[in-house]
Design a protein around this ligand. Structure first.
Ligand code: ARG
Length: 260
């Protein structure tokens, strides 16, 4: 074979190899192994924890925190948006690896289905009404002619269902997104929304003078990430990474960025 032909073949071979490595997603770790990519599921009408930017990317405190954990622990995460009541089934079925959704981990029913990480944010549920509502000053002012809303599958929906079951309200309005709950509240279709306090606060900061929180918090909850039952390898990585992010100040910087 002519020397020049050999050279062309060699160049072509290198190019093909390089292409193959890129096509395989060839992020190689130092020891040559591939960096695992996990699928995380969320419901993205829950800012500042989980939302969607102008370009349709899923962003939020949960994603930034999980991405920092992933970088620390040598994995990558892809995010998928779905309805809140589909999150646990997706992980149970093995269709997703992680739940990053501001999900209360202090919940025995959920704990029976998935394994939770150490908790990363303390929260609570509150009653939210329109800013000009002078009649409802706490949950005790809800009356049997009122409709109250929350998001499907959430702890807030449990509270609304309970109010309805006890004859305290006319209707339990369970909607897919918290954005729709807030819209219906502002439109006057419903009297109140039961929602997580930091999310209500963020809404009020963004759109002042539309809604307000009334009364005392209804509960105390703590958010955790969740993985499939028995996936202790991934859970261990998440817990170690989370602790590292707390220790090195990343956690506090993210809280500052998303909540202040
Ligand atoms: N903290 C509540 C729960 O655990 C609501 C979470 C809603 N999260 C969301 N990404 N939409 O049920």
């Amino acid at each position: 074979m002519k020397e020049s032909v050999k050279k062309i073949l060699a160049v072509a071979l290198i190019a093909a190899l390089a292409f193959a490595m890129v096509a395989c997603g060839g992020d190689n770790t130092a020891d040559g192994g591939d960096i695992p990519t996990y699928t995380a599921v969320t419901e993205a009408t829950f800012p500042p924890f989980d939302t969607v930017d102008e370009n349709g990317n899923i962003i939020g405190f949960d994603m930034d925190l999980m991405n920092a954990i992933a970088e620390d622990q040598g994995f990558k995460v892809e995010y998928v948006d779905m309805e809140f009541d589909s999150l646990i089934p997706a992980v149970e079925a093995g269709n997703a690896d992680i739940i990053t959704a501001g999900m209360n981990a202090d919940d025995p029913e959920r704990q029976a289905k998935v394994d939770f990480s150490n908790t990363y944010y303390d929260s609570a549920l509150v009653v939210v009404v329109k800013n000009d509502n002078e009649d409802i000053t706490s949950i005790d002012d809800l009356t049997p002619d009122m409709k109250v809303a929350s998001q499907i599958g959430t702890t807030g929906a449990d509270q609304v269902d309970e109010l309805f079951a006890n004859g305290k309200i006319a209707e339990s309005v369970i909607l897919n997104g918290f954005d729709t709950c807030m819209l219906q509240l502002i439109n006057g279709d419903i009297a109140a929304v039961i929602i997580d306090k930091p999310v209500a606060q963020a809404y009020m900061n963004k759109q002042p003078d539309k809604v307000k929180m009334v009364g005392e918090p209804l509960n105390a909850e703590s958010y955790g990430f969740a993985v499939q039952k028995g996936n202790s390898e991934l859970l261990e990585k998440i817990n170690t990474g989370l602790q590292n992010m707390i220790d090195n100040g990343t956690y506090d910087a993210l809280v500052e960025e998303w909540f202040n």
